[in-house]
Ligand binder design. Structure first.
Ligand code: CA
Length: 228
């Protein structure tokens, strides 16, 4: 099997070196890097990596701008993005901005964990949709077409939001704990940060408007989609 192309866009040389070593140990990756935003975007377009490890704060062009540019271009839209952030407070911004980052890691991080996360994202991207459709009240989800509608109006969801809603609809009425959602939706082998689930559920509810109330919080446990 061919090595998976990874592009690291990061201005701190120490972090780049640390990541390169971790990916080399992880096996099966061909890694290149860029140390400013503009060079990173150019390299992304030239090299067409499978995934980009993208620092948020970069000289010449921020990680947010790069993400936006990649997702706006049909050629680069499918490149996966793992965002690196310096502060936990930035996480809500990243999720909220809907930039289509596939995951994020807060600095300082363990390089080994970052490689595991990368593998989880790659696995998730390679999992074909089950092709099932579900209807729950005003909500309709069509997995094959990747479409969600509320009362017949399409709602735009990120891939993670879509998978999250799909998991809840598929197991309607049954409570899903956060660890299980992290395993099934995010593809993590162990629960790393269950706050991720809360952030995405909040965002998903907002996007679904009134229909979002069907996603119930089960205190101290997780979430479920209400049965009528
Ligand atoms: Ca930086």
């Amino acid at each position: 099997m061919e090595d998976t192309k990874v592009l690291i866009i990061e201005d701190e040389p120490d972090v780049v070196e640390m990541l390169k070593r971790a990916f080399a140990r992880g096996g099966g990756f061909a890694v290149s890097s860029a140390n400013d935003g503009a060079a990173g975007l150019r390299k992304a377009r030239e090299e067409m990596p499978k995934i980009i490890i993208l620092d948020l704060m970069l000289p010449r062009m921020s990680g947010l701008e790069i993400c936006r540019a990649l997702k706006a271009d049909s050629l680069t839209r499918d490149i996966l993005v793992l965002m690196l952030t310096a502060k936990a407070e930035e996480v809500d911004r990243i999720v909220g901005f809907e930039l289509g980052a596939d995951d994020y890691v807060t600095k300082p991080f363990s390089p080994r964990e970052l490689v595991l996360r990368t593998k989880a994202i790659l696995r998730r991207a390679d999992t074909p949709d089950e092709g099932q459709s579900f209807v729950a009240g005003p909500l309709t989800i069509d997995a094959a077409r990747h479409r969600v509608e509320v009362s017949g109006r399409p709602v735009h969801l990120t891939m993670l939001e879509f998978k999250l809603l799909h998991a809840l609809m598929q197991r309607r009425g049954r409570t899903q704990n956060r660890d299980k959602l992290l395993t099934d939706v995010w593809g993590y082998e162990s629960a790393i940060d269950t706050r991720t689930v809360d952030t995405h559920v909040r965002r998903l509810r907002e996007k679904l408007g009134k229909a979002g109330a069907a996603i119930e919080t089960v205190r101290g446990f997780g979430y479920r989609l209400r049965e009528e």
